[in-house]
Design a protein around this ligand. Structure first.
Ligand code: DQQ
Length: 547
């Protein structure tokens, strides 16, 4: 009935074929954005991990470099795989890669090794060839480290004493949880373990830590070494299947990090994304003063499907990330504005009612690649400003979001049905649901519900949801949903909460994919505005850029 080719995306990054997982070492260098990623050149399942590589001028149109930046071996220290890591721009302006090697020594102190690679020719803007350092491996695990859980170096930053620092993900020496081991170096080649920057009990191992400053005002990103009074630090770890972050204060003399709110510690508090999104990494784009984030969005179909498709894994849209100026507590994300350059055929409607119990077809724009932006008038009632962290998310997902589109409350569910077949036999619901709290205030939940997304039975159809903070000063409840064949990426309330879903419709494909607004609550909802566009595809550029 359907072709698996149809699940390939039009404007999300993916290799031509095969397996992809974590984004690695993004950097802007000599006018090109470089995206590296965990890649299996041999097939659509994880294994034989290389660093795949692509370049772009605008973060939207990519050119695949037809060779790996890094491949396993021939030396012992990374012979079974070149795992995740980061790039750092050194003071002379050249980049260096730090990455984890999976060595041929499985149990000793050198199971996972940290390694350095530099460009063969730093005057090549495409940075095609990389040379591994003769000093590899360049970091030794500290005493008592679990050497199977010692990986994923961050970008290097410079602390108060002028020395380099990086974090390596690991497990706590005492306790049961994840940690970020801090290493220091004067020359980027010889590194010593100093202490753990931060650990949290009862989380899993911390994979792919990310650590960076954010400004307390405005959206501009900061270079990783910035640490002034008007700066907070974000620490992110990938653990227990999700990317958790916390905002806090970094002391670059003592090398300590303290979370602002201990209730929102890494692994328990806030997440970049309440759907599928893992092993993300950010980088600072100096040319536009932005901090930009990519995350790995894995498949929800079966291994057999991966083999039929010949590929597995997407990158999220590149997202700009900044500290929420209105709360000072959490991050806000938005697709980088270059994505807007793909907008075509706009539909605009404003100031209309979405009656209780209605489904409204939207004429003018349809298809599998859309950007849908909605502003709803806030119902006139007290909103709860508190955010409960993520404790309730699985509950929210199951109890509210999965029943969402068919279940009726007072205010909601209301929102949009995307990748919908014309008779709604298939649909992915993205919506708000407002719930009355014990204290008489209302809390907003945002959901992305895959439960009716496909007639296929062997794909995972999770329902994701989270509470999202709505401030008194917020004029509207907002949703922005980007649809791209098999991915639905939603930015709610101006990007305060993000949810990514993977769906595999069998009928709501290509020209047969529609979208509808709906309101299953018992109260009418006023829509302030609807803006929707078809998204032009951004196929990879076959031609190697002339440099
Ligand atoms: N993926 C890499 C590891 C990392 C994990 C291996 C996270 O370095 O910890 O492909 O997805």
């Amino acid at each position: 009935v359907y072709s698996t080719e149809l699940y390939r995306t039009g404007f999300h990054f993916q290799p031509q074929k095969n397996w992809m997982n974590d984004p690695n070492g993004m950097i802007k260098y000599m006018g090109y954005y470089h995206l590296f990623y965990q890649y299996n050149p041999d097939g659509p399942k994880w294994g034989n991990i290389n660093w795949g590589h692509a370049v772009s001028k605008d973060l939207v149109h990519w050119h695949h470099i037809n060779q790996s930046a890094l491949a396993p071996g021939p030396d012992w220290y990374d012979i079974y795989g070149v795992w995740s890591g980061s790039s750092t721009l050194l003071p002379d302006g050249t980049p260096a890669i730090l990455y984890t090697g999976w060595s041929n020594i499985s149990t000793s102190t050198q199971a996972q090794t940290q390694n350095l690679a530099v460009p063969l020719n730093a005057s090549d803007p495409l940075l095609r060839d990389w040379v591994k350092s003769p000093s590899n491996p360049i970091m030794n695990p500290g005493k008592g480290f679990n050497t199977q859980n010692f990986r994923d170096p961050t970008e290097g930053w410079i602390g108060a004493d002028g020395q380099w620092r990086v974090l390596i993900g690991g497990t706590m020496l005492k306790g049961k949880g994840g940690t970020a081991h801090l290493y220091k170096s004067r020359n980027f080649v010889n590194w010593t373990y100093v202490q753990d920057l931060h650990s949290v009990n009862y989380t899993g191992m911390w994979e792919c830590p990310d650590f960076y400053p954010v400004a307390m005002e405005g959206r501009d990103g900061l270079d990783v070494s910035t640490n002034t009074v008007k700066v907070k630090h974000v620490l992110k770890a990938s653990t227990r299947n999700h990317d958790y972050y916390t905002v806090g204060t970094y002391d670059s003399v003592l090398d300590t990090f303290v979370a602002d709110d201990p209730e929102l510690e890494v692994g328990f508090g806030m997440r970049y994304d309440y759907g599928k999104f893992y092993a993300s990494k950010s980088f600072f784009d100096k040319s536009t003063s932005r901090r930009i984030l990519f995350g790995w969005v894995s498949e929800s179909d079966s291994d057999a499907d991966a083999i039929t498709k010949g590929w597995s894994g997407l990158q999220s849209l590149p997202r700009q990330v900044w500290l929420d100026p209105d709360t000072g507590m959490d991050l806000v994300q938005a697709p980088v504005e270059e994505v807007d350059g793909l907008h075509r055929d706009q539909v605009f409607k404003f100031n209309f009612t979405l009656p209780a119990g209605s489904v409204m077809a939207i004429e003018g724009v349809h298809g599998p690649q859309l950007d849908i932006q909605l502003e709803f008038n806030k119902p006139d009632m007290p909103m709860n400003l508190l955010f409960n962290g993520t404790d309730a998310t699985s509950l929210v997902g199951q109890e509210v979001c999965a029943n969402g589109t068919s279940h009726n409350g007072l205010y909601g569910p209301f929102g949009v049905l995307v990748l919908a077949e014309k008779d709604l036999l298939e649909q992915t619901g993205v919506f708000f649901y407002l719930t009355l709290a014990y204290d008489g205030t209302w809390k907003a939940i945002v959901c992305s519900d895959e439960s009716r997304s496909s007639m296929q039975t062997d794909v995972d159809k999770a329902s994701y949801g989270t509470y999202v903070r709505v401030l008194e000063s917020d004029q509207y409840l907002t949703l922005r949903t980007l649809v791209d064949h098999s991915i639905v990426e939603t930015f709610a309330q101006g990007g305060r909460a993000v949810i990514t879903s993977r769906v595999y419709p069998t009928m709501a494909l290509n020209n047969d994919a529609y979208f509808f607004l709906f309101n299953n609550g018992t109260q009418d909802i006023k829509v302030q505005s609807l803006n929707a566009w078809r998204m032009e595809a951004a196929p990879p550029d076959e031609m190697e850029p002339k440099v």
